[in-house]
Design a binder for this molecule. Structure first.
Ligand code: SAH
Ligand code: SF4
Length: 350
Protein backbone atom coordinates (compact mmCIF):
# COMPACT_ATOMS: atom_id res chain seq x y z
CA UNK A 1 0.00 0.00 0.00
CA UNK A 2 1.26 3.49 -0.80
CA UNK A 3 1.60 6.10 1.91
CA UNK A 4 -0.99 8.87 1.86
CA UNK A 5 0.71 12.18 1.12
CA UNK A 6 -1.76 14.21 3.19
CA UNK A 7 -1.19 12.02 6.26
CA UNK A 8 2.04 13.85 6.98
CA UNK A 9 3.02 17.17 8.50
CA UNK A 10 5.62 19.25 6.71
CA UNK A 11 8.19 18.24 9.30
CA UNK A 12 7.43 14.55 8.78
CA UNK A 13 7.75 14.92 5.00
CA UNK A 14 11.15 16.56 5.43
CA UNK A 15 12.33 13.58 7.45
CA UNK A 16 10.94 11.13 4.85
CA UNK A 17 12.64 12.99 2.03
CA UNK A 18 15.93 12.90 3.90
CA UNK A 19 15.50 9.16 4.41
CA UNK A 20 14.78 8.76 0.70
CA UNK A 21 18.05 10.62 -0.05
CA UNK A 22 16.21 13.24 -2.07
CA UNK A 23 18.35 16.27 -2.92
CA UNK A 24 17.34 19.51 -1.19
CA UNK A 25 14.91 17.63 1.07
CA UNK A 26 13.62 20.70 2.93
CA UNK A 27 12.78 22.65 -0.20
CA UNK A 28 11.25 19.64 -1.92
CA UNK A 29 9.17 18.80 1.13
CA UNK A 30 7.82 22.34 1.28
CA UNK A 31 6.94 22.27 -2.41
CA UNK A 32 5.31 18.86 -2.29
CA UNK A 33 3.42 19.70 0.93
CA UNK A 34 1.96 22.78 -0.81
CA UNK A 35 1.01 20.83 -3.91
CA UNK A 36 -0.56 18.19 -1.68
CA UNK A 37 -2.78 20.89 -0.18
CA UNK A 38 -3.70 22.13 -3.67
CA UNK A 39 -4.75 18.49 -4.12
CA UNK A 40 -2.60 18.35 -7.23
CA UNK A 41 -1.50 15.11 -8.87
CA UNK A 42 2.25 14.43 -8.97
CA UNK A 43 2.05 14.93 -12.75
CA UNK A 44 0.95 18.52 -12.12
CA UNK A 45 3.74 19.46 -9.70
CA UNK A 46 5.49 21.63 -12.24
CA UNK A 47 8.39 22.86 -10.09
CA UNK A 48 9.45 19.32 -9.18
CA UNK A 49 11.85 17.52 -11.56
CA UNK A 50 10.13 14.83 -13.61
CA UNK A 51 12.26 11.99 -12.21
CA UNK A 52 11.48 12.96 -8.66
CA UNK A 53 7.77 13.17 -9.45
CA UNK A 54 7.88 9.60 -10.74
CA UNK A 55 9.81 8.45 -7.69
CA UNK A 56 7.37 10.12 -5.30
CA UNK A 57 4.35 8.78 -7.15
CA UNK A 58 5.62 5.27 -6.45
CA UNK A 59 5.76 5.97 -2.73
CA UNK A 60 2.78 8.26 -2.10
CA UNK A 61 -0.87 8.30 -3.01
CA UNK A 62 -1.70 11.91 -3.98
CA UNK A 63 -5.48 11.39 -4.03
CA UNK A 64 -6.60 9.49 -0.91
CA UNK A 65 -10.24 10.44 -1.46
CA UNK A 66 -11.76 10.65 -4.92
CA UNK A 67 -14.99 12.49 -5.61
CA UNK A 68 -17.18 9.94 -7.33
CA UNK A 69 -20.47 11.81 -7.26
CA UNK A 70 -21.76 15.30 -6.59
CA UNK A 71 -25.39 16.04 -5.73
CA UNK A 72 -26.56 19.64 -5.82
CA UNK A 73 -29.50 20.62 -3.65
CA UNK A 74 -32.11 23.25 -4.51
CA UNK A 75 -30.59 25.44 -1.78
CA UNK A 76 -27.08 25.24 -3.26
CA UNK A 77 -25.79 22.67 -0.74
CA UNK A 78 -23.58 20.11 -2.41
CA UNK A 79 -23.19 16.56 -1.23
CA UNK A 80 -20.15 14.56 -2.27
CA UNK A 81 -19.56 10.85 -2.35
CA UNK A 82 -15.89 10.03 -1.96
CA UNK A 83 -14.24 6.69 -2.57
CA UNK A 84 -11.29 5.57 -0.47
CA UNK A 85 -8.40 3.40 -1.62
CA UNK A 86 -9.99 0.29 0.01
CA UNK A 87 -13.33 0.76 -1.77
CA UNK A 88 -15.21 2.27 1.16
CA UNK A 89 -17.42 5.22 0.39
CA UNK A 90 -17.82 8.25 2.64
CA UNK A 91 -19.82 11.42 2.33
CA UNK A 92 -19.22 15.08 2.85
CA UNK A 93 -21.39 18.16 2.44
CA UNK A 94 -20.54 21.72 1.37
CA UNK A 95 -22.89 24.38 2.70
CA UNK A 96 -22.91 27.96 1.47
CA UNK A 97 -23.38 30.73 3.98
CA UNK A 98 -23.05 34.48 3.69
CA UNK A 99 -19.74 34.46 5.54
CA UNK A 100 -18.15 31.61 3.59
CA UNK A 101 -18.46 27.97 2.67
CA UNK A 102 -18.51 25.31 5.33
CA UNK A 103 -17.57 21.73 4.64
CA UNK A 104 -18.96 18.98 6.80
CA UNK A 105 -16.48 16.11 6.77
CA UNK A 106 -16.60 12.51 7.94
CA UNK A 107 -14.11 11.16 10.47
CA UNK A 108 -14.97 7.45 10.37
CA UNK A 109 -16.53 4.95 8.00
CA UNK A 110 -19.75 4.38 9.96
CA UNK A 111 -19.94 4.99 13.71
CA UNK A 112 -20.15 2.74 16.75
CA UNK A 113 -21.99 5.17 19.04
CA UNK A 114 -25.41 3.98 17.91
CA UNK A 115 -27.52 7.07 18.64
CA UNK A 116 -31.16 6.18 18.05
CA UNK A 117 -31.88 9.16 15.80
CA UNK A 118 -28.87 8.90 13.49
CA UNK A 119 -28.54 7.01 10.21
CA UNK A 120 -24.75 6.83 10.35
CA UNK A 121 -24.66 4.43 13.28
CA UNK A 122 -27.17 2.00 11.80
CA UNK A 123 -24.56 -0.05 9.99
CA UNK A 124 -22.02 0.10 12.82
CA UNK A 125 -18.45 1.14 12.53
CA UNK A 126 -16.08 -0.07 9.83
CA UNK A 127 -12.88 1.86 10.45
CA UNK A 128 -11.33 5.16 11.36
CA UNK A 129 -10.31 7.56 8.64
CA UNK A 130 -6.67 8.61 8.59
CA UNK A 131 -5.69 12.25 8.90
CA UNK A 132 -5.06 12.38 5.15
CA UNK A 133 -8.49 10.94 4.38
CA UNK A 134 -10.16 13.62 6.50
CA UNK A 135 -7.97 16.36 5.02
CA UNK A 136 -8.47 14.94 1.53
CA UNK A 137 -12.22 15.65 1.73
CA UNK A 138 -11.51 19.33 2.41
CA UNK A 139 -8.86 19.58 -0.31
CA UNK A 140 -10.83 17.67 -2.95
CA UNK A 141 -13.90 19.84 -2.47
CA UNK A 142 -11.85 23.05 -2.38
CA UNK A 143 -10.28 22.09 -5.69
CA UNK A 144 -13.52 20.85 -7.29
CA UNK A 145 -15.09 24.23 -6.55
CA UNK A 146 -12.26 26.15 -8.19
CA UNK A 147 -10.47 26.96 -4.95
CA UNK A 148 -6.75 26.93 -4.24
CA UNK A 149 -4.53 27.63 -1.26
CA UNK A 150 -4.34 31.30 -2.18
CA UNK A 151 -8.06 31.64 -2.79
CA UNK A 152 -10.02 29.17 -0.71
CA UNK A 153 -13.50 28.01 -1.64
CA UNK A 154 -13.76 26.15 1.66
CA UNK A 155 -13.35 28.52 4.61
CA UNK A 156 -14.89 26.63 7.52
CA UNK A 157 -14.90 23.03 8.62
CA UNK A 158 -17.31 21.11 10.79
CA UNK A 159 -16.47 17.59 11.91
CA UNK A 160 -20.11 16.56 11.75
CA UNK A 161 -20.30 14.03 8.94
CA UNK A 162 -20.21 10.30 9.50
CA UNK A 163 -18.46 9.16 12.64
CA UNK A 164 -17.59 10.29 16.15
CA UNK A 165 -14.45 12.48 15.97
CA UNK A 166 -13.35 11.81 19.55
CA UNK A 167 -13.51 8.06 18.86
CA UNK A 168 -10.74 8.72 16.29
CA UNK A 169 -8.83 11.12 18.48
CA UNK A 170 -5.25 11.03 17.16
CA UNK A 171 -6.14 11.30 13.48
CA UNK A 172 -8.61 14.12 14.15
CA UNK A 173 -6.12 16.10 16.22
CA UNK A 174 -3.44 15.65 13.60
CA UNK A 175 -5.91 16.78 10.94
CA UNK A 176 -6.72 19.97 12.91
CA UNK A 177 -3.03 20.76 13.14
CA UNK A 178 -2.14 20.06 9.50
CA UNK A 179 -5.17 21.78 7.95
CA UNK A 180 -4.24 24.95 9.86
CA UNK A 181 -0.54 24.88 8.85
CA UNK A 182 0.31 28.14 7.12
CA UNK A 183 2.47 26.28 4.60
CA UNK A 184 -0.66 24.57 3.33
CA UNK A 185 -4.38 25.37 3.00
CA UNK A 186 -4.16 27.17 6.34
CA UNK A 187 -7.75 27.07 7.55
CA UNK A 188 -7.66 28.61 11.01
CA UNK A 189 -8.48 26.34 13.95
CA UNK A 190 -11.01 28.99 14.95
CA UNK A 191 -12.94 28.05 11.83
CA UNK A 192 -13.07 24.38 12.78
CA UNK A 193 -15.86 22.95 14.87
CA UNK A 194 -15.69 19.47 16.37
CA UNK A 195 -19.00 17.88 17.24
CA UNK A 196 -19.13 15.04 19.76
CA UNK A 197 -21.83 12.93 21.34
CA UNK A 198 -19.93 13.47 24.59
CA UNK A 199 -17.01 11.14 25.33
CA UNK A 200 -16.12 12.94 28.56
CA UNK A 201 -12.49 11.84 29.11
CA UNK A 202 -11.62 12.61 25.48
CA UNK A 203 -13.06 16.11 25.86
CA UNK A 204 -10.63 16.66 28.72
CA UNK A 205 -7.77 15.26 26.68
CA UNK A 206 -8.66 17.63 23.86
CA UNK A 207 -8.81 20.54 26.29
CA UNK A 208 -5.26 19.80 27.42
CA UNK A 209 -4.01 20.23 23.84
CA UNK A 210 -5.32 23.82 23.86
CA UNK A 211 -6.15 23.90 20.16
CA UNK A 212 -8.26 26.81 18.95
CA UNK A 213 -11.14 24.67 17.69
CA UNK A 214 -14.75 25.10 18.76
CA UNK A 215 -16.27 22.30 20.78
CA UNK A 216 -19.82 21.36 19.87
CA UNK A 217 -21.73 18.98 22.11
CA UNK A 218 -24.67 16.92 20.91
CA UNK A 219 -26.73 17.39 24.06
CA UNK A 220 -30.30 16.52 22.98
CA UNK A 221 -31.58 15.88 26.50
CA UNK A 222 -31.45 17.47 29.95
CA UNK A 223 -31.97 14.35 32.05
CA UNK A 224 -29.82 11.23 32.16
CA UNK A 225 -32.96 9.15 31.85
CA UNK A 226 -34.07 10.59 28.51
CA UNK A 227 -30.53 10.93 27.19
CA UNK A 228 -29.94 7.23 27.84
CA UNK A 229 -33.02 6.40 25.79
CA UNK A 230 -31.73 8.13 22.69
CA UNK A 231 -27.93 8.06 23.09
CA UNK A 232 -25.99 4.96 24.20
CA UNK A 233 -23.03 7.10 25.24
CA UNK A 234 -25.19 8.49 28.07
CA UNK A 235 -24.93 5.08 29.76
CA UNK A 236 -21.17 5.50 29.92
CA UNK A 237 -21.09 9.15 31.01
CA UNK A 238 -23.76 10.93 32.99
CA UNK A 239 -24.66 14.55 32.34
CA UNK A 240 -22.70 15.45 35.48
CA UNK A 241 -19.58 13.78 34.07
CA UNK A 242 -20.14 15.31 30.64
CA UNK A 243 -20.52 18.80 32.05
CA UNK A 244 -17.50 18.37 34.26
CA UNK A 245 -15.50 17.79 31.06
CA UNK A 246 -17.20 20.70 29.27
CA UNK A 247 -16.35 23.08 32.13
CA UNK A 248 -12.78 21.83 31.98
CA UNK A 249 -12.64 22.52 28.23
CA UNK A 250 -14.07 25.99 28.78
CA UNK A 251 -11.66 26.80 31.58
CA UNK A 252 -8.67 25.67 29.50
CA UNK A 253 -9.63 27.36 26.21
CA UNK A 254 -12.06 30.14 27.11
CA UNK A 255 -13.92 29.25 23.92
CA UNK A 256 -17.66 29.47 23.67
CA UNK A 257 -19.27 26.04 23.77
CA UNK A 258 -21.88 25.16 21.16
CA UNK A 259 -24.69 22.71 21.88
CA UNK A 260 -26.81 20.80 19.41
CA UNK A 261 -30.32 20.14 20.62
CA UNK A 262 -32.87 18.13 18.68
CA UNK A 263 -36.40 19.54 18.73
CA UNK A 264 -38.32 16.52 20.00
CA UNK A 265 -41.72 16.34 21.62
CA UNK A 266 -40.24 14.91 24.83
CA UNK A 267 -37.27 17.25 25.43
CA UNK A 268 -38.76 20.67 24.82
CA UNK A 269 -40.61 21.58 28.02
CA UNK A 270 -40.10 24.61 30.23
CA UNK A 271 -38.31 22.31 32.67
CA UNK A 272 -35.82 21.42 29.93
CA UNK A 273 -35.13 25.12 29.32
CA UNK A 274 -34.50 25.66 33.04
CA UNK A 275 -32.30 22.58 33.27
CA UNK A 276 -30.21 23.79 30.32
CA UNK A 277 -29.75 27.05 32.16
CA UNK A 278 -28.58 25.35 35.32
CA UNK A 279 -26.38 22.80 33.53
CA UNK A 280 -24.60 25.59 31.63
CA UNK A 281 -24.32 28.09 34.49
CA UNK A 282 -21.05 30.00 34.13
CA UNK A 283 -20.32 28.85 30.58
CA UNK A 284 -20.28 31.04 27.51
CA UNK A 285 -22.49 29.02 25.19
CA UNK A 286 -25.01 28.89 22.38
CA UNK A 287 -27.74 26.39 21.60
CA UNK A 288 -28.42 25.24 18.05
CA UNK A 289 -31.92 23.87 17.86
CA UNK A 290 -32.19 21.21 15.20
CA UNK A 291 -35.41 19.96 13.66
CA UNK A 292 -35.02 16.18 13.49
CA UNK A 293 -34.39 14.84 10.02
CA UNK A 294 -35.99 11.63 8.87
CA UNK A 295 -34.02 8.43 9.22
CA UNK A 296 -35.33 4.85 9.43
CA UNK A 297 -35.73 5.02 13.25
CA UNK A 298 -37.46 8.40 13.38
CA UNK A 299 -40.60 6.80 12.00
CA UNK A 300 -40.85 4.08 14.63
CA UNK A 301 -39.31 5.24 17.91
CA UNK A 302 -41.78 7.14 20.12
CA UNK A 303 -38.90 9.04 21.80
CA UNK A 304 -38.10 10.62 18.45
CA UNK A 305 -41.49 12.16 17.82
CA UNK A 306 -40.67 15.69 16.61
CA UNK A 307 -41.83 18.75 18.51
CA UNK A 308 -44.64 20.36 16.54
CA UNK A 309 -44.32 23.97 15.43
CA UNK A 310 -46.15 25.40 18.42
CA UNK A 311 -44.12 23.38 20.91
CA UNK A 312 -40.84 24.31 19.23
CA UNK A 313 -41.82 27.98 19.31
CA UNK A 314 -42.76 27.76 23.01
CA UNK A 315 -39.43 26.12 23.80
CA UNK A 316 -37.56 28.81 21.93
CA UNK A 317 -39.47 31.40 23.96
CA UNK A 318 -38.70 29.55 27.20
CA UNK A 319 -34.99 29.61 26.33
CA UNK A 320 -35.25 33.31 25.59
CA UNK A 321 -37.02 33.94 28.89
CA UNK A 322 -34.07 32.23 30.58
CA UNK A 323 -31.66 34.51 28.67
CA UNK A 324 -30.24 31.55 26.74
CA UNK A 325 -28.77 32.32 23.34
CA UNK A 326 -30.38 29.93 20.85
CA UNK A 327 -31.08 29.74 17.15
CA UNK A 328 -32.86 27.20 15.03
CA UNK A 329 -30.63 25.76 12.42
CA UNK A 330 -31.72 25.97 8.83
CA UNK A 331 -31.99 22.51 7.42
CA UNK A 332 -29.77 22.43 4.37
CA UNK A 333 -29.64 19.78 1.72
CA UNK A 334 -32.49 17.64 2.96
CA UNK A 335 -33.61 16.86 -0.58
CA UNK A 336 -30.25 15.17 -1.22
CA UNK A 337 -30.03 13.34 2.15
CA UNK A 338 -27.19 15.65 3.08
CA UNK A 339 -28.81 16.87 6.27
CA UNK A 340 -27.64 15.99 9.78
CA UNK A 341 -27.89 12.34 10.67
CA UNK A 342 -28.84 11.31 7.16
CA UNK A 343 -25.36 10.47 6.02
CA UNK A 344 -25.02 6.76 5.80
CA UNK A 345 -22.28 4.43 4.78
CA UNK A 346 -22.39 2.86 1.39
CA UNK A 347 -19.87 0.60 -0.26
CA UNK A 348 -19.19 -0.06 -3.88
CA UNK A 349 -19.56 -3.75 -4.60
CA UNK A 350 -17.49 -4.83 -7.50
N1 SAH B 1 -20.69 12.06 16.04
C1 SAH B 1 -20.74 13.47 16.22
C2 SAH B 1 -20.73 14.25 14.93
C3 SAH B 1 -21.52 13.70 13.79
S1 SAH B 1 -23.26 13.78 13.96
C4 SAH B 1 -21.92 13.85 17.09
O1 SAH B 1 -22.77 13.00 17.34
O2 SAH B 1 -21.96 15.00 17.53
C5 SAH B 1 -23.55 15.51 13.64
C6 SAH B 1 -24.80 16.07 14.28
O3 SAH B 1 -25.98 15.56 13.65
C7 SAH B 1 -24.92 15.72 15.76
O4 SAH B 1 -25.26 16.87 16.50
C8 SAH B 1 -26.05 14.74 15.75
O5 SAH B 1 -26.68 14.68 16.99
C9 SAH B 1 -26.94 15.27 14.65
N2 SAH B 1 -27.91 14.33 14.15
C10 SAH B 1 -27.80 12.99 14.06
N3 SAH B 1 -28.94 12.46 13.56
C11 SAH B 1 -29.78 13.48 13.32
C12 SAH B 1 -31.11 13.58 12.77
N4 SAH B 1 -31.79 12.50 12.41
N5 SAH B 1 -31.65 14.80 12.65
C13 SAH B 1 -30.97 15.91 13.01
N6 SAH B 1 -29.73 15.88 13.53
C14 SAH B 1 -29.14 14.69 13.69
FE1 SF4 C 1 -22.32 8.54 15.70
FE2 SF4 C 1 -22.82 11.17 15.96
FE3 SF4 C 1 -24.51 9.57 14.63
FE4 SF4 C 1 -24.32 9.38 17.27
S1 SF4 C 1 -25.06 11.16 16.11
S2 SF4 C 1 -24.37 7.65 15.82
S3 SF4 C 1 -22.15 9.75 17.58
S4 SF4 C 1 -22.42 10.06 14.05
Amino acid sequence: MKKILQDYSLQELKVHFEDLNIKMPRLRAEQVFKWGHEYARFSEMSNIPQELRTELADVYDDEPVKIIKEFISKDGTKKYLFSLADGNIIEGVLMKYKYGNTICVSTQVGCRMGCLFCATGLDGMVRNLTCGEILGQVLAVNRANGGSIASREVTNIVLMGCGEPLDNFDNVVKFAKIVSDNNGINISQRNISLSTCGIAPKIKELADLELGITLTISLHATTDQFRQKIMKIANAYSLAELFDAIYYYFSKTGRRIMFEYLLLDKNTTEHDARRIKSLCKGLSYHINLIPINNTPNTKIAPELKPANKAKAAEFWQALKDNNISATTRRTLGEDISGACGQLRRSKVDN
